[in-house]
Design a protein around this ligand. Structure first.
Ligand SMILES: NC(=O)c1ccc[n+]([C@@H]2O[C@H](COP(=O)([O-])OP(=O)(O)OC[C@H]3O[C@@H](n4cnc5c(N)ncnc54)[C@H](OP(=O)(O)O)[C@@H]3O)[C@@H](O)[C@H]2O)c1
Length: 355
């Protein structure tokens, strides 16, 4: 007897055109497509119902008509250009609803490169995904603090900068996904930590609940070099840079001999609105400053160390995972656009469905 085809309507978010400046909600639209839930046994195809999606600033570089990052897609698939109308892949957590792969069963929780939609079709070997053991922690943690956000913070601090106890650490975009974990990890490691963020509320969060030694609102400071000199009278040893531009210049001007910069991101430059970074290279040379760009997947060898350390910190409540969760597919465009105006506090996540 022929199996009856079970067809559902899958709604997703796509870009209408390339986005070359600040993203706006109107740059996106809803797309509806039929999706068959019948997968051929042995086809390897798996259909996942999306539960939580990660919303990340670097996606903007993929949505431009051109960005330098797109030319690196062969070494970093997550940098590939996104065409108007086509699916947008990003990290997330979901549940298997149909599987043609013996490794995955209906009901399995999975994490990986899902789509900005209600469901997604996964093809092993094409899109990275794996079974997820929540380890008793909320699923949203597996989108941010226990995923790229936390792992990037861990790798940048301990692998790139090799931060040492007692060192003086500056973290920019410190109330964001990567930044709030980088600052807390540095504190737990015995460092002196100052963060910068764009609102008074964020500054209070950093100095209060997150335990930073100090913090400042960079939008209220006319002279960033002088501000950093005031906060670091004995210089900066490690700068965790998520911002680039003028903040990088100011941090380099305040760095100690043999200081290290983890060049994690350059969000001030993604919208084309900010000045590109131009640190004083003579300072870099004479102070023997190391500025190292890095990508989180470079450090998979320490992933299990990161997971075990971070789970311990979360369970013992020595670390707080701050999440900015909005609900429903329709909230993706505003959540994404908000990243570039500092609307989020902590990791930006969209909950698509309840488990
Ligand atoms: N290398 C890697 O593997 C890797 C992995 C993940 C993320 N990243 C990078 O890390 C950075 C942070 O990512 P995230 O996911 O943690 O985002 P996020 O910090 O949660 O959100 C972005 C934050 O950046 C700040 N911001 C926006 N425009 C800015 C500007 N012009 N100048 C200064 N700050 C600005 C805003 O906070 P304020 O209120 O403070 O302005 C905003 O909340 C991004 O540059 C991202 O591309 C790199």
């Amino acid at each position: 007897m022929m199996e009856e085809a079970l067809i559902i309507t899958n709604r997703s978010i796509v870009i209408k055109t390339h986005i070359n400046g600040f993203p706006k909600e109107t740059d996106f639209e809803l797309k509806s497509e039929a999706l068959s839930l019948n997968v051929e046994p042995g086809s390897g195809h798996v259909i996942v119902k999306n539960l939580y999606l990660s919303i990340d600033p670097a996606q903007l570089n993929r949505m431009k008509s051109y960005s330098t990052s797109q030319s690196h897609h062969s070494i970093q698939a997550a940098a590939a250009a996104i065409a108007p109308g086509s699916e947008i892949r990003g990290h997330g957590v979901g549940k298997v609803v149909a599987s043609g792969d013996p490794e995955f069963q209906e009901g399995d929780l999975v994490a990986g490169e899902l789509t900005w939609g209600e469901y997604c079709l996964m093809k092993p070997g094409v899109f990275y995904f794996r079974k997820l053991d929540s380890m008793g922690l909320p699923l949203s943690c597996h989108v941010g603090t226990l995923a790229y956000g936390g792992m990037t913070a861990y790798a940048g601090l301990f692998e790139v900068c090799k931060v040492k106890k007692g060192e003086k650490v500056f973290v920019s975009a410190a109330a964001g996904s990567v930044g709030h974990i980088a600052g807390q990890l540095a504190k737990l490691h015995g460092c002196y930590v100052v963060g910068s963020a764009g609102t008074t509320e964020k500054v209070e969060l950093l100095k209060g609940k997150l335990g930073f030694d100090d913090a400042f609102n960079y939008k209220e400071e006319a002279d960033l070099k002088a501000t950093l000199r005031k906060h670091f009278p004995h210089g900066i040893d490690v700068y965790f840079d998520s911002v680039g531009g003028e903040m990088l210049e100011a941090a380099v001007a305040n760095m100690n001999l043999f200081g290290r910069v983890a060049a994690c991101g350059a969000i001030s430059e993604y919208t084309g609105s900010g000045r590109k970074a131009a640190p004083d290279m003579v300072e870099v040379i004479y102070r023997r400053i190391q500025i190292q760009g890095f990508l989180c997947p470079d450090f998979l060898s320490v992933h299990s160390d990161f997971i075990s350390a971070t789970c311990d910190h979360l369970r013992s409540e020595k670390m707080v995972s701050v999440e900015d969760i909005s609900t429903g597919l329709e909230s993706i465009p505003s959540s994404f656009a908000g990243l570039f105006h500092g609307s989020n506090i902590g990791k930006t996540i969209v909950q698509i469905a309840v488990e």
